[in-house]
Design a protein around this ligand. Structure first.
Ligand SMILES: Cc1cc2nc3c(=O)[nH]c(=O)nc-3n(C[C@H](O)[C@H](O)[C@H](O)COP(=O)(O)OP(=O)(O)OC[C@H]3O[C@@H](n4cnc5c(N)ncnc54)[C@H](O)[C@@H]3O)c2cc1C
Length: 424
Protein backbone atom coordinates (compact mmCIF):
# COMPACT_ATOMS: atom_id res chain seq x y z
CA UNK A 1 0.00 0.00 0.00
CA UNK A 2 1.30 3.47 -0.89
CA UNK A 3 2.14 5.59 2.14
CA UNK A 4 0.74 9.13 2.12
CA UNK A 5 3.32 11.10 4.06
CA UNK A 6 2.43 14.11 6.23
CA UNK A 7 3.74 17.45 4.94
CA UNK A 8 7.43 17.88 5.69
CA UNK A 9 7.50 21.14 7.66
CA UNK A 10 7.18 22.49 11.16
CA UNK A 11 3.49 22.92 11.93
CA UNK A 12 3.54 26.38 13.50
CA UNK A 13 4.64 28.57 10.62
CA UNK A 14 6.17 32.00 11.00
CA UNK A 15 3.44 34.28 12.29
CA UNK A 16 5.33 37.11 13.94
CA UNK A 17 7.08 39.95 12.12
CA UNK A 18 10.84 39.63 12.18
CA UNK A 19 12.98 42.00 14.21
CA UNK A 20 15.36 43.93 11.95
CA UNK A 21 18.79 42.61 11.03
CA UNK A 22 21.80 44.36 12.59
CA UNK A 23 23.23 46.96 10.20
CA UNK A 24 25.33 49.23 12.39
CA UNK A 25 28.25 48.75 14.76
CA UNK A 26 27.18 48.65 18.41
CA UNK A 27 28.93 48.65 21.76
CA UNK A 28 27.02 47.02 24.60
CA UNK A 29 27.40 45.48 28.06
CA UNK A 30 26.26 42.01 27.00
CA UNK A 31 25.90 40.29 23.62
CA UNK A 32 23.98 37.04 23.40
CA UNK A 33 24.20 34.73 20.41
CA UNK A 34 21.09 32.61 19.81
CA UNK A 35 17.39 33.31 20.31
CA UNK A 36 16.20 29.97 21.67
CA UNK A 37 15.14 29.14 25.23
CA UNK A 38 18.66 29.59 26.63
CA UNK A 39 19.52 32.84 24.82
CA UNK A 40 16.21 34.56 25.59
CA UNK A 41 16.41 33.51 29.26
CA UNK A 42 19.96 34.86 29.43
CA UNK A 43 18.87 38.16 27.84
CA UNK A 44 16.06 38.47 30.37
CA UNK A 45 18.37 37.79 33.31
CA UNK A 46 21.07 40.25 32.24
CA UNK A 47 18.43 42.91 31.62
CA UNK A 48 17.02 42.34 35.12
CA UNK A 49 20.54 43.07 36.40
CA UNK A 50 20.31 46.44 34.63
CA UNK A 51 22.64 45.61 31.75
CA UNK A 52 22.42 46.84 28.18
CA UNK A 53 21.75 43.68 26.17
CA UNK A 54 21.93 42.87 22.45
CA UNK A 55 20.69 39.48 21.22
CA UNK A 56 21.68 38.17 17.77
CA UNK A 57 19.72 35.39 16.12
CA UNK A 58 20.72 33.98 12.74
CA UNK A 59 17.17 33.15 11.75
CA UNK A 60 14.19 34.04 13.97
CA UNK A 61 13.72 33.50 17.71
CA UNK A 62 12.56 29.93 18.17
CA UNK A 63 13.93 28.72 14.82
CA UNK A 64 16.22 26.18 16.52
CA UNK A 65 15.34 23.20 18.70
CA UNK A 66 13.11 25.29 20.98
CA UNK A 67 10.60 26.13 18.26
CA UNK A 68 10.62 22.62 16.81
CA UNK A 69 10.14 20.92 20.16
CA UNK A 70 7.14 19.15 21.61
CA UNK A 71 7.13 21.65 24.47
CA UNK A 72 6.98 19.31 27.48
CA UNK A 73 8.06 21.46 30.40
CA UNK A 74 9.13 18.88 32.94
CA UNK A 75 12.41 18.36 34.81
CA UNK A 76 12.96 14.84 33.45
CA UNK A 77 13.95 15.72 29.90
CA UNK A 78 16.89 13.45 28.95
CA UNK A 79 18.14 12.57 32.43
CA UNK A 80 16.11 11.39 35.41
CA UNK A 81 16.68 12.23 39.06
CA UNK A 82 18.16 8.74 39.45
CA UNK A 83 20.61 9.36 36.58
CA UNK A 84 21.96 12.39 38.46
CA UNK A 85 22.00 10.46 41.79
CA UNK A 86 24.14 7.74 40.22
CA UNK A 87 26.63 10.25 38.83
CA UNK A 88 27.05 12.36 41.92
CA UNK A 89 25.20 11.50 45.13
CA UNK A 90 21.57 11.98 46.12
CA UNK A 91 22.22 15.37 47.81
CA UNK A 92 23.96 16.76 44.75
CA UNK A 93 21.28 15.29 42.52
CA UNK A 94 18.77 17.14 44.71
CA UNK A 95 20.63 20.41 44.10
CA UNK A 96 20.70 19.83 40.33
CA UNK A 97 17.04 18.77 40.25
CA UNK A 98 16.00 21.91 42.12
CA UNK A 99 17.98 23.92 39.61
CA UNK A 100 16.24 22.25 36.66
CA UNK A 101 12.87 22.70 38.38
CA UNK A 102 13.66 26.41 38.74
CA UNK A 103 13.68 26.48 34.92
CA UNK A 104 10.14 25.05 34.93
CA UNK A 105 9.14 27.81 37.36
CA UNK A 106 10.84 30.57 35.33
CA UNK A 107 8.98 29.56 32.18
CA UNK A 108 5.65 29.34 34.01
CA UNK A 109 6.18 32.74 35.69
CA UNK A 110 6.91 34.40 32.36
CA UNK A 111 3.77 32.96 30.83
CA UNK A 112 1.51 33.83 33.74
CA UNK A 113 2.91 37.25 34.59
CA UNK A 114 2.76 38.61 31.04
CA UNK A 115 -0.12 36.46 29.79
CA UNK A 116 1.89 34.89 26.95
CA UNK A 117 -0.22 33.22 24.25
CA UNK A 118 1.81 30.08 23.77
CA UNK A 119 -0.65 27.22 24.17
CA UNK A 120 0.16 26.82 27.87
CA UNK A 121 -1.57 23.71 29.23
CA UNK A 122 -0.89 22.64 32.83
CA UNK A 123 -0.73 18.84 32.98
CA UNK A 124 1.32 16.22 34.80
CA UNK A 125 4.00 14.16 33.15
CA UNK A 126 3.83 10.39 33.12
CA UNK A 127 6.91 8.38 32.28
CA UNK A 128 5.85 4.86 31.34
CA UNK A 129 7.58 1.48 31.06
CA UNK A 130 7.40 -0.80 28.04
CA UNK A 131 9.26 -3.67 29.71
CA UNK A 132 10.11 -5.05 33.15
CA UNK A 133 13.61 -3.67 33.34
CA UNK A 134 12.27 -0.16 32.59
CA UNK A 135 9.59 -0.71 35.23
CA UNK A 136 12.24 -1.54 37.83
CA UNK A 137 14.06 1.70 36.97
CA UNK A 138 10.85 3.72 37.29
CA UNK A 139 10.22 2.22 40.74
CA UNK A 140 13.68 3.38 41.80
CA UNK A 141 13.03 6.81 40.30
CA UNK A 142 9.77 7.04 42.25
CA UNK A 143 11.49 6.14 45.55
CA UNK A 144 14.33 8.59 44.93
CA UNK A 145 11.93 11.43 44.10
CA UNK A 146 9.65 10.66 47.05
CA UNK A 147 12.60 10.50 49.46
CA UNK A 148 13.47 14.10 48.64
CA UNK A 149 9.88 15.29 48.94
CA UNK A 150 9.10 15.77 45.24
CA UNK A 151 5.45 15.27 44.34
CA UNK A 152 5.22 11.97 42.51
CA UNK A 153 3.12 8.82 42.21
CA UNK A 154 3.91 5.32 41.14
CA UNK A 155 1.29 3.74 38.85
CA UNK A 156 1.05 -0.01 38.42
CA UNK A 157 -0.23 -1.52 35.18
CA UNK A 158 -3.86 -1.33 36.23
CA UNK A 159 -3.58 2.32 37.31
CA UNK A 160 -1.77 3.34 34.12
CA UNK A 161 -4.72 1.89 32.21
CA UNK A 162 -7.04 4.28 34.00
CA UNK A 163 -4.98 7.22 32.68
CA UNK A 164 -3.93 5.88 29.28
CA UNK A 165 -6.27 3.73 27.27
CA UNK A 166 -3.59 1.18 26.50
CA UNK A 167 -2.88 -2.27 27.86
CA UNK A 168 0.77 -2.11 26.75
CA UNK A 169 2.38 -0.08 29.51
CA UNK A 170 3.54 -1.96 32.59
CA UNK A 171 3.65 0.99 34.95
CA UNK A 172 4.67 4.61 35.29
CA UNK A 173 5.96 7.37 37.49
CA UNK A 174 4.51 10.87 37.56
CA UNK A 175 6.21 14.27 37.69
CA UNK A 176 3.81 16.92 38.90
CA UNK A 177 3.29 20.66 38.40
CA UNK A 178 4.48 20.31 34.82
CA UNK A 179 2.92 21.79 31.68
CA UNK A 180 3.25 22.08 27.93
CA UNK A 181 3.84 25.04 25.64
CA UNK A 182 4.31 25.82 22.00
CA UNK A 183 8.04 26.62 22.06
CA UNK A 184 7.94 28.85 18.98
CA UNK A 185 5.11 31.01 20.35
CA UNK A 186 6.83 31.21 23.74
CA UNK A 187 10.06 32.49 22.15
CA UNK A 188 8.22 35.09 20.12
CA UNK A 189 6.19 36.26 23.14
CA UNK A 190 9.34 36.54 25.26
CA UNK A 191 11.12 38.34 22.39
CA UNK A 192 8.37 40.98 22.32
CA UNK A 193 8.43 41.39 26.07
CA UNK A 194 12.22 41.78 26.13
CA UNK A 195 12.04 44.39 23.37
CA UNK A 196 9.59 46.35 25.55
CA UNK A 197 12.06 46.19 28.42
CA UNK A 198 14.86 47.60 26.27
CA UNK A 199 16.69 44.50 25.00
CA UNK A 200 17.87 45.02 21.41
CA UNK A 201 17.02 41.95 19.35
CA UNK A 202 18.27 41.33 15.83
CA UNK A 203 16.90 38.47 13.75
CA UNK A 204 18.34 37.22 10.46
CA UNK A 205 21.72 38.19 11.90
CA UNK A 206 24.23 35.39 11.95
CA UNK A 207 27.38 35.75 13.97
CA UNK A 208 30.15 34.55 11.70
CA UNK A 209 33.18 35.28 13.84
CA UNK A 210 33.98 35.78 17.46
CA UNK A 211 37.30 37.32 18.36
CA UNK A 212 38.08 38.70 21.78
CA UNK A 213 35.19 41.05 22.68
CA UNK A 214 34.03 41.54 19.08
CA UNK A 215 31.33 39.66 17.19
CA UNK A 216 31.21 39.86 13.43
CA UNK A 217 27.90 39.67 11.55
CA UNK A 218 27.34 40.17 7.80
CA UNK A 219 26.77 43.94 8.04
CA UNK A 220 28.17 45.11 11.39
CA UNK A 221 30.28 44.37 14.44
CA UNK A 222 29.15 44.20 18.04
CA UNK A 223 31.57 44.88 20.87
CA UNK A 224 30.54 43.63 24.31
CA UNK A 225 31.96 43.40 27.82
CA UNK A 226 30.36 39.96 28.19
CA UNK A 227 29.39 37.47 25.51
CA UNK A 228 27.05 34.52 26.07
CA UNK A 229 26.95 31.90 23.32
CA UNK A 230 23.62 30.04 23.37
CA UNK A 231 23.79 28.27 20.02
CA UNK A 232 23.19 24.69 21.20
CA UNK A 233 24.12 22.24 18.43
CA UNK A 234 25.52 25.03 16.25
CA UNK A 235 28.40 25.59 18.70
CA UNK A 236 31.03 23.82 16.57
CA UNK A 237 30.06 25.99 13.59
CA UNK A 238 31.55 28.90 15.54
CA UNK A 239 34.64 26.77 16.14
CA UNK A 240 33.76 26.42 19.83
CA UNK A 241 33.76 23.21 21.92
CA UNK A 242 34.26 21.26 18.71
CA UNK A 243 34.90 17.91 20.31
CA UNK A 244 32.38 18.32 23.12
CA UNK A 245 29.16 19.03 21.20
CA UNK A 246 27.28 16.96 18.66
CA UNK A 247 23.54 16.38 18.31
CA UNK A 248 20.79 13.79 18.37
CA UNK A 249 17.90 13.63 15.96
CA UNK A 250 14.28 13.22 16.96
CA UNK A 251 11.09 13.52 14.89
CA UNK A 252 7.75 15.09 15.69
CA UNK A 253 4.36 14.65 14.00
CA UNK A 254 1.11 16.49 14.51
CA UNK A 255 -2.31 15.08 13.72
CA UNK A 256 -5.57 16.54 12.51
CA UNK A 257 -7.75 17.49 15.54
CA UNK A 258 -8.88 14.29 17.25
CA UNK A 259 -12.51 13.46 17.72
CA UNK A 260 -13.70 13.55 21.33
CA UNK A 261 -13.81 9.76 21.21
CA UNK A 262 -10.22 9.41 20.00
CA UNK A 263 -8.96 11.83 22.65
CA UNK A 264 -10.95 10.05 25.35
CA UNK A 265 -9.57 6.68 24.28
CA UNK A 266 -5.98 7.85 24.68
CA UNK A 267 -6.54 9.92 27.83
CA UNK A 268 -9.65 8.52 29.60
CA UNK A 269 -9.17 10.68 32.72
CA UNK A 270 -7.05 13.74 32.01
CA UNK A 271 -4.48 15.07 29.57
CA UNK A 272 -0.91 14.08 30.32
CA UNK A 273 2.56 14.56 28.92
CA UNK A 274 3.72 11.01 28.20
CA UNK A 275 7.25 9.78 27.57
CA UNK A 276 8.25 6.16 27.56
CA UNK A 277 11.50 5.13 29.16
CA UNK A 278 13.13 3.26 26.26
CA UNK A 279 16.72 4.15 25.36
CA UNK A 280 15.44 5.91 22.24
CA UNK A 281 12.07 6.95 23.56
CA UNK A 282 8.69 7.96 22.14
CA UNK A 283 6.54 10.77 23.52
CA UNK A 284 3.08 12.19 22.98
CA UNK A 285 0.59 14.78 24.20
CA UNK A 286 -2.48 16.67 23.08
CA UNK A 287 -2.38 20.33 22.06
CA UNK A 288 -5.16 22.61 23.29
CA UNK A 289 -6.96 22.20 19.95
CA UNK A 290 -6.93 18.42 20.43
CA UNK A 291 -4.20 17.53 17.98
CA UNK A 292 -1.93 14.67 18.91
CA UNK A 293 1.77 15.50 18.94
CA UNK A 294 3.72 12.26 18.63
CA UNK A 295 7.49 12.10 18.60
CA UNK A 296 10.40 9.73 18.74
CA UNK A 297 13.44 8.45 16.97
CA UNK A 298 15.32 5.26 16.22
CA UNK A 299 18.87 4.18 16.95
CA UNK A 300 19.49 4.21 13.19
CA UNK A 301 18.48 7.88 12.91
CA UNK A 302 19.58 9.39 16.21
CA UNK A 303 23.14 10.26 15.20
CA UNK A 304 22.46 11.28 11.58
CA UNK A 305 24.78 14.07 10.47
CA UNK A 306 21.98 16.15 8.93
CA UNK A 307 18.24 16.27 9.61
CA UNK A 308 16.43 13.67 7.55
CA UNK A 309 13.32 14.93 5.79
CA UNK A 310 10.37 12.87 4.56
CA UNK A 311 11.51 9.83 6.50
CA UNK A 312 9.09 7.04 5.59
CA UNK A 313 10.92 4.82 8.04
CA UNK A 314 10.17 7.15 10.97
CA UNK A 315 6.62 7.76 9.84
CA UNK A 316 6.01 4.00 9.83
CA UNK A 317 7.79 3.53 13.13
CA UNK A 318 5.78 6.23 14.91
CA UNK A 319 2.42 5.26 13.43
CA UNK A 320 3.12 1.60 14.28
CA UNK A 321 3.90 2.66 17.83
CA UNK A 322 0.54 4.39 18.09
CA UNK A 323 -1.33 1.51 16.47
CA UNK A 324 0.27 -1.00 18.86
CA UNK A 325 -0.42 1.07 21.95
CA UNK A 326 -3.87 2.31 20.96
CA UNK A 327 -5.30 -0.06 18.32
CA UNK A 328 -8.05 1.02 15.96
CA UNK A 329 -7.86 4.80 16.38
CA UNK A 330 -7.11 5.65 12.75
CA UNK A 331 -5.52 9.05 13.49
CA UNK A 332 -4.46 11.12 10.45
CA UNK A 333 -1.18 13.01 10.68
CA UNK A 334 -0.87 16.38 8.99
CA UNK A 335 2.78 17.35 9.33
CA UNK A 336 6.05 15.75 10.39
CA UNK A 337 9.48 17.29 10.88
CA UNK A 338 12.93 16.29 12.07
CA UNK A 339 14.79 18.23 14.78
CA UNK A 340 18.36 18.12 16.01
CA UNK A 341 19.09 18.55 19.72
CA UNK A 342 22.54 19.61 20.89
CA UNK A 343 24.06 16.81 22.93
CA UNK A 344 27.14 16.32 25.10
CA UNK A 345 28.89 12.98 25.54
CA UNK A 346 27.36 12.36 28.96
CA UNK A 347 23.97 13.89 27.99
CA UNK A 348 24.18 16.54 30.73
CA UNK A 349 24.36 20.21 29.64
CA UNK A 350 27.58 22.07 29.04
CA UNK A 351 27.67 25.53 30.56
CA UNK A 352 30.44 27.72 31.87
CA UNK A 353 33.08 30.29 31.07
CA UNK A 354 35.69 29.85 28.39
CA UNK A 355 38.86 28.70 30.12
CA UNK A 356 41.01 31.48 28.62
CA UNK A 357 38.44 34.25 28.14
CA UNK A 358 36.45 34.67 31.37
CA UNK A 359 34.08 37.22 29.79
CA UNK A 360 32.82 34.53 27.41
CA UNK A 361 30.12 32.09 28.59
CA UNK A 362 28.78 29.00 26.82
CA UNK A 363 25.39 27.31 27.14
CA UNK A 364 24.96 24.29 24.92
CA UNK A 365 23.67 20.72 24.82
CA UNK A 366 21.01 21.54 27.41
CA UNK A 367 18.87 18.70 26.09
CA UNK A 368 15.76 20.11 27.70
CA UNK A 369 13.81 23.37 27.74
CA UNK A 370 13.69 23.90 31.54
CA UNK A 371 17.41 23.43 31.96
CA UNK A 372 18.13 25.75 29.02
CA UNK A 373 15.98 28.40 30.76
CA UNK A 374 17.67 27.86 34.13
CA UNK A 375 21.14 28.02 32.57
CA UNK A 376 20.26 31.25 30.79
CA UNK A 377 19.47 32.82 34.17
CA UNK A 378 22.52 31.23 35.78
CA UNK A 379 24.88 32.68 33.14
CA UNK A 380 24.04 36.19 34.39
CA UNK A 381 24.43 35.15 38.02
CA UNK A 382 27.77 33.56 37.21
CA UNK A 383 29.23 36.44 35.22
CA UNK A 384 27.80 39.31 37.26
CA UNK A 385 27.61 38.01 40.84
CA UNK A 386 30.16 35.21 40.68
CA UNK A 387 27.66 32.48 41.62
CA UNK A 388 29.62 29.29 40.95
CA UNK A 389 27.35 26.79 42.78
CA UNK A 390 26.73 24.62 39.75
CA UNK A 391 29.91 25.13 37.78
CA UNK A 392 31.35 21.70 38.56
CA UNK A 393 28.33 19.80 37.21
CA UNK A 394 28.08 21.59 33.90
CA UNK A 395 31.67 22.57 33.10
CA UNK A 396 32.27 22.41 29.33
CA UNK A 397 35.72 21.01 30.14
CA UNK A 398 34.66 18.08 32.31
CA UNK A 399 36.49 14.86 31.47
CA UNK A 400 34.91 12.15 29.34
CA UNK A 401 35.92 8.66 28.35
CA UNK A 402 36.22 9.18 24.63
CA UNK A 403 38.18 12.25 23.67
CA UNK A 404 41.16 13.61 21.74
CA UNK A 405 42.99 11.05 19.55
CA UNK A 406 40.46 8.27 20.31
CA UNK A 407 37.63 10.53 19.15
CA UNK A 408 39.56 11.43 15.99
CA UNK A 409 40.05 7.72 15.34
CA UNK A 410 36.43 6.73 15.94
CA UNK A 411 34.88 9.83 14.36
CA UNK A 412 32.35 12.17 15.97
CA UNK A 413 29.24 10.07 15.41
CA UNK A 414 30.60 6.84 16.86
CA UNK A 415 32.32 8.64 19.74
CA UNK A 416 29.05 10.27 20.77
CA UNK A 417 26.95 7.15 20.24
CA UNK A 418 29.31 5.08 22.42
CA UNK A 419 29.70 7.77 25.07
CA UNK A 420 25.94 8.32 25.31
CA UNK A 421 25.32 4.61 25.73
CA UNK A 422 28.14 4.09 28.25
CA UNK A 423 26.85 6.87 30.50
CA UNK A 424 23.26 5.55 30.66
C1 LIG B 1 11.66 17.62 17.90
C2 LIG B 1 12.16 18.05 19.26
C3 LIG B 1 11.36 17.82 20.37
C4 LIG B 1 11.82 18.25 21.63
N1 LIG B 1 10.97 18.14 22.67
C5 LIG B 1 11.34 18.62 23.88
C6 LIG B 1 10.41 18.64 24.95
O1 LIG B 1 9.25 18.28 24.79
N2 LIG B 1 10.83 19.10 26.16
C7 LIG B 1 12.12 19.55 26.36
O2 LIG B 1 12.43 19.94 27.49
N3 LIG B 1 13.01 19.56 25.35
C8 LIG B 1 12.64 19.15 24.11
N4 LIG B 1 13.52 19.20 23.07
C9 LIG B 1 14.88 19.71 23.33
C10 LIG B 1 14.88 21.23 23.47
O3 LIG B 1 14.11 21.77 22.42
C11 LIG B 1 16.31 21.81 23.40
O4 LIG B 1 17.14 21.16 24.33
C12 LIG B 1 16.26 23.30 23.74
O5 LIG B 1 15.34 23.94 22.92
C13 LIG B 1 17.63 23.96 23.57
O6 LIG B 1 17.46 25.36 23.66
P1 LIG B 1 18.62 26.32 23.18
O7 LIG B 1 18.18 27.71 23.36
O8 LIG B 1 19.88 25.90 23.85
O9 LIG B 1 18.82 25.96 21.63
P2 LIG B 1 17.98 26.42 20.31
O10 LIG B 1 16.54 26.53 20.57
O11 LIG B 1 18.45 25.51 19.24
O12 LIG B 1 18.53 27.87 20.09
C14 LIG B 1 19.80 28.13 19.51
C15 LIG B 1 19.61 29.33 18.57
O13 LIG B 1 20.88 29.80 18.15
C16 LIG B 1 20.75 30.27 16.82
N5 LIG B 1 22.10 30.32 16.24
C17 LIG B 1 22.93 29.28 16.01
N6 LIG B 1 24.10 29.71 15.49
C18 LIG B 1 24.02 31.07 15.41
C19 LIG B 1 24.90 32.07 14.95
N7 LIG B 1 26.12 31.78 14.49
N8 LIG B 1 24.49 33.38 14.99
C20 LIG B 1 23.26 33.70 15.47
N9 LIG B 1 22.38 32.75 15.91
C21 LIG B 1 22.75 31.46 15.89
C22 LIG B 1 19.83 29.24 16.18
O14 LIG B 1 19.21 29.73 15.01
C23 LIG B 1 18.84 28.95 17.31
O15 LIG B 1 17.68 29.77 17.22
C24 LIG B 1 13.11 18.83 21.79
C25 LIG B 1 13.90 19.06 20.66
C26 LIG B 1 13.42 18.69 19.40
C27 LIG B 1 14.27 18.99 18.20
Amino acid sequence: MKIVMPQDQVFWSLKYPLAPACRENITTDVAIIGGGMAGLAAAQAFRKHGKKVVLLEQNYCGAGATGKSSGFITPNAELSFTDFSKRYNPEKAHQIWDFITSGVTDIRNNIQQANFHCDYVPQDTLMVANNYSALKKLEIEYHNLAKFGYQTNFYNQATVQQYLGSKSYLGGVSYEQTFSINGYLYCQALKQQLQKFGVTIFEETMVTKLSDHVLTTPHAQITADYIVVCTDRFMPELNLLNQAVYHAQTFLMISEPLTANQAQTIFPKEKLLVWDSDLVYSYFRLTSDQRLLLGGSSLLKTYATNPEHDSKFMYKKLTNYLATKFPGLNIQFKQMWPGLIGLSKDIAPLAGRDQNRPFLYYITASAGLPIAAALGRYSAENLLTNNTDLDDYFSPYRPCLINGPLQSLLGTKLSFALSNMLCR
